[in-house]
Design a protein around this ligand. Structure first.
Ligand SMILES: NC(=O)c1ccc[n+]([C@@H]2O[C@H](COP(=O)([O-])OP(=O)(O)OC[C@H]3O[C@@H](n4cnc5c(N)ncnc54)[C@H](O)[C@@H]3O)[C@@H](O)[C@H]2O)c1
Length: 449
């Protein structure tokens, strides 16, 4: 429950879903979580907060701090103090209200400057209307923002921020775990032994040293997988039409065309987003170009592999094994063509599931919300940062460019574009796109003169 002193001009931050679950952290663990967050270059670089923070008032919302505080919420049990909650409590008045009905949420946002959610809270147009302009930022502790009405948020001058980087290392580590399990039949051998067998012949594996690993999608997760795979002795190549040669070279990875990756790799690790271009990218045509006996890991999104085509490629021996963490429909149906096969390892979307990643998501979202309330350009803004007329003028030439790029365009409210094209823009637009996911709609909210 909020420890901030009521009525002292602090922002009110409504937390409608648990930020983290592992339990009370001791001070050392809290510092570790902050250090992990700091180690990621794309996280905002806020100073460590050692006491109540008197951040600059939000520049378009000068009345917010003096508005009435919400009535105390008594139904939710106190949350364990996690790093993200600790940051929030040092900054403002935190109102933890779990399990709100839509009506209760509408009531609560009338007295809240910020709302922090995970995936269960639906932040609809009604919520923004009910807040009548007081709500200045919605923070989604995670990546997907399907449960937030972004258009309505923008219309009501509310920033939506997410936490896109905190699970990067967790996803990369899971990718590596699946690669190694696939090479050495760990899951199958485990199941066999538990079934009472001692079978040392069936589960002879393949070595990773000297094998070629193709990373498809050399972004945050893909590049971390590349770094780690090199340590395991893989020769790492990558296909990513938008990645920079310099970034790949820095990791010691060679960027190659897709056909070259398909023809030469022994292992594939998929880390691209789900877009019209990547949907079913690993289908019949791609499998036909692969080296016989390749192995494939998917920790990205279910739809980037065509399941029936993969089943066929496993049947005809083109693919020797697959490891899948993600599925088109989750959980997958019982008659899924891949999950019951002995040559396929499956995990239930565990890529981001480490205690550390969950804590880090809490820290990342707390920092983004605090930045937004301080009137700073939040690095992980999903809909739009508030912008000064000067910045808007600087960006104007790019709107024309966005119009001619596929997947992009311009409307009365601003620019939108396919996130995957964003790397064509370096500064100043890159700041918007850094935190974007595949369905992001970008709009500009001009600061009133
Ligand atoms: N399993 C999990 O729990 C888990 C956890 C984190 C991320 N993910 C998923 O992993 C994927 C990668 O996440 P990220 O954080 O690295 O994203 P990212 O945006 O940092 O990287 C994605 C990369 O894919 C590239 N790309 C775009 N279109 C491509 C194409 N047609 N072919 C090849 N590359 C293409 C982009 O240029 C970018 O470099 C996403 O789909 C994300 O949803 C899953």
């Amino acid at each position: 429950m909020g420890k901030g002193k009521a009525g002292e001009g602090k922002f009110v931050i409504l937390v409608s879903e648990k930020l983290v679950g592992p339990g009370e952290l001791v001070e050392g663990e809290w510092r570790n979580a902050r250090a992990r967050a700091r180690a990621h270059p794309s996280l905002p670089n806020l100073p460590l907060l050692s006491g109540p923070c008197s951040g600059a008032p939000f520049h378009t919302h000068s009345h917010a701090p003096s508005l009435p505080l919400p009535p105390p919420h008594t139904s939710s049990p106190p949350l364990p103090l996690c790093p993200g909650m600790k940051l929030l409590e040092e900054f403002g008045t935190v109102d933890v209200a779990l399990g709100l009905t839509p009506e209760q949420l509408c009531e609560k946002v009338k007295t809240s400057d910020a709302l922090i959610i995970r995936s269960a809270t639906q932040v609809t147009d009604d919520v923004f209307k009910a807040s009548a302009g007081r709500l200045k930022v919605v923070g989604r502790a995670g990546v997907g923002v399907d449960n937030v009405d972004l258009g309505s948020a923008t219309q009501h001058g509310c920033l939506v921020v997410n936490a896109p980087t905190a699970n990067t290392v967790a996803a990369a580590e899971h990718g590596i775990a699946l690669l190694a399990s696939l090479a050495r039949n760990v899951a199958q051998a485990d199941a066999s032994m538990k079934a009472g067998k001692w079978d040392r012949n069936t589960y002879v594996g393949v070595s990773m040293v000297g094998k070629t690993l193709a990373i498809i999608g050399f972004g945050k997760v893909g590049s971390e997988v590349g770094r780690r795979a090199k340590g395991l002795g893989f020769v790492v190549i990558a296909y990513d039409p938008y990645a920079s040669e310099a970034k790949a070279a820095a990791v010691g990875v060679r960027l190659v065309p897709l056909d070259e990756a398909l023809a030469t790799a022994d292992f594939f690790s998929l880390h691209m987003p789900m877009t019209p271009d990547t949907k079913g990218l690993f289908g019949t045509a791609a499998f036909a170009k692969m080296k016989k006996g390749a192995r494939i890991v998917n920790v990205a999104r279910g739809g980037v592999i065509d399941d029936d085509a993969l089943a066929a490629a496993l049947d005809n021996g083109t693919v020797a094994g697959a490891a899948l963490d993600v599925f088109v429909k989750e959980p997958p149906p019982a008659d899924h063509p891949l999950i019951n096969r002995p040559d396929v390892i499956v995990t239930p979307h565990l890529g981001a599931s480490t205690h550390e990643a969950q804590e880090d998501v809490g820290v990342e979202i707390a920092e983004a919300v605090i930045e937004a309330l301080q009137g700073k350009l939040a690095a992980t803004a999903v809909n739009a940062p508030m912008m000064s007329p000067e910045v808007l003028a600087e960006l104007a030439p790019y709107t024309t460019l966005a119009q001619v790029i596929r997947g992009g365009g311009m409307s009365e409210s601003g620019i939108w574009m396919d996130r995957t094209r964003a790397s064509f823009f370096s500064l100043p637009l890159s700041r918007f796109f850094r935190g974007a996911n595949e369905d992001t709609h970008f709009s500009f909210i001009p600061v009133p003169a």
